[in-house]
Write a protein that binds this ligand. Structure first.
Ligand SMILES: *[C@@H]1O[C@H](CO)[C@@H](O)[C@H](O)[C@H]1NC(C)=O
Ligand SMILES: *[C@@H]1O[C@H](CO)[C@@H](O)[C@H](O)[C@H]1NC(C)=O
Ligand SMILES: *[C@@H]1O[C@H](CO)[C@@H](O)[C@H](O)[C@H]1NC(C)=O
Ligand SMILES: *[C@@H]1O[C@H](CO)[C@@H](O)[C@H](O)[C@H]1NC(C)=O
Length: 408
């Protein structure tokens, strides 16, 4: 599948869908290729394509015009690539089987209370959130609200004595949540009632062992309270946390590419619930046009990422961030706040583990020239990780803000 094709559209759609998904509390881990599920209407034209494109480096004898970053050779059906001169540019096409050109498309950013902003008014929500002194100012504790999007870092919109108001996030073991964003940054909500918060308790993410029973609602929207991050219905109809969910074979597991296909991409069977979890078969950006199954949550790159996310969630720095920015793998989340407050070394580890996990399949056996052309942040994040977080600030800011929307 040729993802860059959807980039422009994806960006314009991302804004509305991002908020939609925040509001519907989706918290699925985002494997590479999830775009097909998040923006199905955008990949509709790709349905008939059943092979992966092949990518390699520009040869010495090929002559590219200055804005060409990918040359599609109709003879061998290979895309020859050359990184854009301006590292902020992205390389994409709006047509399949065609050349790709460099262009500058800064991602549309959603800025919530506590985030940096400009006078251009990029603070989300309504007039109550304004940009003051370079930061979006939300509502303080006790102010009435209709959404947590309005509340400042450290707070969410909760019903207190029957009035919706911005209130401090709820501690682990305490009642009062309706969704995970009501709990402290390191916890989700065990939802027994969808309208009576006094029946629901905040539970630490990743704390429930395999076989622990949770409610159906929690299983659907907050299974990240399970140590495996997954839960499933067993044959008695109970919703239980699964054991670690891993790929059925050495990663990445090869599969036969077809649009949205999960064939051959089932996990090992989970012994406590009998569940198998499927991922989608994705294209790798390499010269063979290989395709591999998306990673499972217990596969090593995802497990290493989860550890770093939990470190971030348990840090003091995260308290400066909006409750929606607690996990960069949530749909349309972003990592900017961690860049600002976490410290360069821990941030470099979190960023690298994130990019490594989401790009694991896409970057498998890719040549550096291809990565530097289509995913310039990938090798940058690796370099920053290897040098302990000392890559220059300018490129890190770009990384923190840009890669999520480009990583389709
Ligand atoms: C694609 O790029 C190559 C190299 O720059 C150029 O020769 C060719 O005409 C381009 N093809 C199209 C269809 O634009
Ligand atoms: C979560 O809530 C369900 C339903 O009320 C309850 O059965 C279960 O024991 C709770 N789990 C934990 C770990 O508190
Ligand atoms: C893709 O597959 C998922 C899961 O199998 C399915 O729910 C979805 O409807 C499919 N989307 C399209 C556009 O085929
Ligand atoms: C890089 O960012 C850090 C943290 O924001 C700041 O302290 C430092 O002065 C910056 N360095 C440069 C060269 O801008």
């Amino acid at each position: 599948m040729i993802y860059p094709m959807v980039k422009i559209l994806a960006i314009s759609f991302a804004f509305t869908l991002a908020i939609g998904s925040l509001l519907s509390h989706e918290d699925l881990l985002l494997p590479y290729g999830a775009i097909s599920r998040i923006f199905p209407e955008l990949v509709e034209p790709l349905k008939d394509i059943d092979t992966c494109s092949k990518y390699t480096c520009k040869t010495e004898t090929q002559k590219f015009t200055s804005e060409t970053c990918g040359y599609f050779n109709p003879e061998d059906q290979v895309i020859y690539s050359k990184p854009c001169k301006n590292s902020a540019d992205t390389c994409f096409t709006t047509q399949l089987l065609s050349n790709r050109t460099c262009s500058n498309n800064p991602p549309v950013e959603i800025s919530l209370p506590g985030d940096e902003c400009s006078d251009l008014g990029n603070c989300y929500w309504d007039s109550s959130i304004s940009c003051k002194k370079g930061r979006c100012q939300g509502d303080g504790l006790g102010k009435t609200c209709t959404s947590s999007l309005q509340c400042n870092p450290g707070a969410s919109c909760q019903s207190i004595d029957g009035v919706m108001q911005c209130a401090p996030l709820i501690g682990i073991g305490e009642t009062g949540c309706l969704e995970q964003y009501d709990c402290t940054y390191n916890g989700g909500c065990n939802i027994s009632s969808t309208n009576d918060p006094t029946k629901n308790t905040c539970i630490k993410y990743g704390s429930l062992a395999s076989g622990t029973e949770i409610s159906e609602e929690t299983c659907t929207v907050n299974s990240n309270v399970c140590s495996s991050t997954k839960c499933a219905k067993n044959n008695e109809g109970k919703f239980l946390c699964t054991g670690p969910i891993v790929s059925n074979g050495q990663i990445p597991v090869q599969c036969t590419y077809a649009y949205n296909s999960t064939a051959g991409c089932e996990s090992k069977v989970d012994t406590s619930t009998g569940a198998e979890i499927y991922t989608i078969c994705n294209c790798a950006w390499n010269k063979n046009g290989d395709s591999y199954c998306g990673l499972q949550p217990g596969d090593s790159p995802q497990a290493a990422l989860l550890t770093e996310i939990q470190n971030w969630q348990n840090s003091a720095a995260i308290e400066k961030c909006h409750t929606y920015w607690r996990n960069p793998t949530f749909v349309n989340s972003k990592i900017q706040c961690a860049y600002e407050y976490y410290g360069s070394k821990p941030y470099s580890i979190l960023l690298y583990r994130y990019i490594y996990a989401i790009m694991y399949v896409a970057a498998f056996n890719s040549e550096d020239c291809v990565l530097n052309t289509f995913f310039p942040y990938y090798l940058k994040a690796e370099e920053n990780y290897n040098n302990g977080g000392n890559t220059d600030n300018a490129s890190l800011v770009a990384l923190a803000t840009s890669f999520i929307l480009i990583s389709f």
